[in-house]
Design a protein around this ligand. Sequence first.
Ligand code: SD4
Length: 313
Amino acid sequence: MNRRTFISASVGAATLASAQHILAESTRTPLVISTWDHGLPANSEALRILHNGGSVLDAVERGVMVVESDPNNLSVGLGGLPDRDGIVTLDASIMTGDCRAGSVCFVQGITHPISLARMVMERTPHVMLVGSGAERFAREQGITQQPNSLTRQARVAWEEWCKEKNYSPVINIENHDTIGLLAMDNAGAMAGACTTSGLAYKIHGRVGDSPIIGAGLYVDNEVGAATCTGLGETVLRTLASFLAVERMRIGDHPQAACEAAIKRIVSKHSNYREFQVGILAIDAAGRHGAFSIQKGFTYAVQDNLKEAAYYVK
Ligand code: SD4
């Protein structure tokens, strides 16, 4: 299969899948959508917060905290796989539809980097804090920094990697469990959150797309919101979340916006067969879309009346 047929085959399959989504989706709010299978429990928590009168910002934060707390998740939170030096470093971002944003990069020993990102947004004049500065800010805010220790699962995996130090991630299985979650409340206010331990066995100091506003996450109440998962370098080069939101601004359905963002990544990376990127988007009308380079990207959508996981094949 040449490049052209590959792209059109994958676009065609997703168009079919998206047609089902459009039939299945509604414009009822609240609406919550998030990446991968762990999106289901994250969405449930986010919707619970909204039902109990919490804000959409509370909803996205608390939703992704469920995944950050899961020691078995190898791509999010302190259970994540480490960098080459055996150290887990975390990235997170949060954004509201009125263009407020906060993020942290390259933090160690922080159980909930998403909450720290929110504190950067709400308690500082800044958008982003990194590394030791972010950790010092966390301590000043009363967050206890955990000692740098790997879970048993992560240690075993890292020790295995150390034998060869030649790691080729398996698409959709490794390096692809970042949680990106978008939500809209009854009044149409939107927020998003994205949190990750980043690529396994990355060079110490590497930061991906997830904490970069416009790359891993972008939200604008006037238009919609988008979030990405997958090989962050390719998302950084294309600002894929911002691109998807801007496509919705000029009239695209969220599905078309996601497809445009993925096509941009594909067009700029001749090795696109070797990595995965998935993107989700919602718009101000309460519609959603999803697309990915490779098969196998799963995501979860939940509104008042239903709970479902959709698979883009
Ligand atoms: C990164 N985008 O750091 C993240 C990785 C990811 O699931 O999505 N993992 O590049």
